[in-house]
Design a protein around this ligand. Structure first.
Ligand SMILES: [Zn+2]
Ligand SMILES: [Zn+2]
Length: 422
């Protein structure tokens, strides 16, 4: 019996995990500069959290969740996204009692039962951000600029930012009603999905990718025309802050979010020129979500992106992360006694913060030398019977080829003082 990986999942092998590490570290460095702190929530939650927090009418909740009963007959669900869990934790742990806005980020796997395709997996890994406690458009601008900065520092350019305002619970119903009336006359021509959206989630028709739907909604009433004074001011202020930071953007009136708890700012970031990858990040404001999940009304804004897509984007650009970092030291031991001594030296090197390894396959000198080459070590230590007798090792600088004898006692200091930290 041969086991195979489940459909829609992937192994990240060592060669590729370097890229993942680079993406995560780059994101974390930027989070630190912007004063965002990490939160780690469970992989599964009570199913009802996602029904409320993601929305019953969404594809995610209707079709894509990994829901199961545990042995105690509780309905649990592997998290399909990060925001609901973060907001649940924010309410449960009373983080709203913090006098300052709460700025959080998370990194971790999410699960959706979808048709797997390039950059879309059933288990995928998201990096996301939630800023809770402020409705100031400056924090919207901060969140957007942070996302762009992360992608730039990962080496992605030709980024395209699209923004929109989706209004609020007071101005959106007016637009929604006009939109439904407008689309009702052409209902039969809409795609199947949009016909059912018309009753449940009409805003989503505006971002349908179907060409007929696109042309039918071309002249449809936009949210922009219906924003209330508060929402209009918020949107204008956001644009002003983006302008002052020199961030260029495209206003896209079709950029919508279907659910009522989404408010005002919506944005997407695309990486251009990388084929079908397109959108790499989506985000927006959700002033109604904390209330939906049982907290008080606390405004919030966030975004998320999947590491898998960024890996694709980086690969498509042929981004070179430089050479793999080699070891500091590789030990070559010849003979039984030398191996015992080498084991002790190896442990001592590692204790002194040097990266080091040795042969565990009982290989001859030549094969051990090749292993040292493959490890790209800066130094090689050679120990044989002669060296043990003299209580010394041969230390070879692999860059220059110079070699000398060094006593056991001086070994760590000699290497530590000469090593070039990479
Ligand atoms: Zn409004
Ligand atoms: Zn459609």
């Amino acid at each position: 019996m041969k086991f195979r990986i489940p459909r829609g999942t992937a192994d990240v092998l060592p060669k590729e995990s370097r890229i993942w590490d680079f993406i995560e570290q780059t994101a974390k460095n930027v989070f630190k500069r912007y004063n965002y702190k990490e939160i780690r929530t469970p992989i599964f939650e009570h199913t009802e959290l996602f029904q409320r927090g993601v929305g019953e009418t969404t594809d995610i909740v209707e079709k894509e969740m990994y829901t199961f009963k545990d042995k105690g007959d509780r309905s649990l669900t592997l998290r399909p996204e990060g925001t609901a869990s973060v907001v649940r934790s924010f309410v449960e742990n009373k983080l709203y009692a913090d006098p300052d806005p709460v700025k959080l980020y998370y990194i971790g796997p999410m699960f959706r039962y979808e048709r797997p395709q390039s950059g879309r997996m059933r288990q995928f890994t998201q990096i996301g951000v939630e800023a809770l406690g402020s409705n100031d458009p400056r924090i919207d601008a901060e969140v957007i600029s942070m996302a762009l900065r992360q992608f730039e520092e990962m080496g992605l350019d030709n980024l395209r930012l699209e923004i929109n305002s989706v209004g609020c619970s007071s101005c959106r119903p007016v637009h929604r009603e006009k939109l439904v009336t407008y689309l009702h006359d052409v209902k039969e021509q809409l795609c199947k999905d949009c016909q059912s959206r018309l009753e449940r989630n009409p805003l989503r028709i505006l971002d349908c990718k179907n060409e007929t739907c696109k042309s039918l909604t071309k002249e449809a009433p936009t949210i922009e025309q219906h924003l209330c004074d508060d929402c209009r001011t918020h949107y204008e202020d956001l644009k002003g802050h983006l302008d002052s930071m020199g961030i260029s953007y495209i206003e896209n009136p079709r950029l919508v979010r279907g659910l009522d708890y989404y408010t005002q700012t919506a944005f997407e970031i695309m990486a251009e020129g990388i084929g079908a990858i397109g959108t790499i990040c989506g985000g927006g404001r959700y002033n109604g979500l904390v209330g939906e999940i049982g907290g008080n009304d606390v405004p919030g804004i966030g975004y998320a992106f999947s590491i898998e897509r960024i890996v694709l984007a980086l690969k498509a650009k042929g981004i070179d992360l430089g050479l793999e970092q080699g070891l500091d030291v590789y030990l070559i031991a010849l003979g039984q006694e030398a191996k015992t001594v080498a084991t002790k030296i190896l442990d001592n090197l590692r204790k002194n913060k040097l990266s080091a390894d040795m042969d565990y396959l009982d290989r001859k000198m030549k094969a051990q030398m090749k292993a040292a080459d493959r490890s790209d070590a800066q130094y090689v230590i050679i120990i044989g019977e002669d060296e043990i007798a003299k209580q010394k090792v041969i230390l070879r600088n692999m860059e220059t080829g110079d070699q000398k004898e060094v006593s056991f006692d001086d070994l760590i200091e000699t290497i530590s003082s000469q090593i070039i930290k990479r």
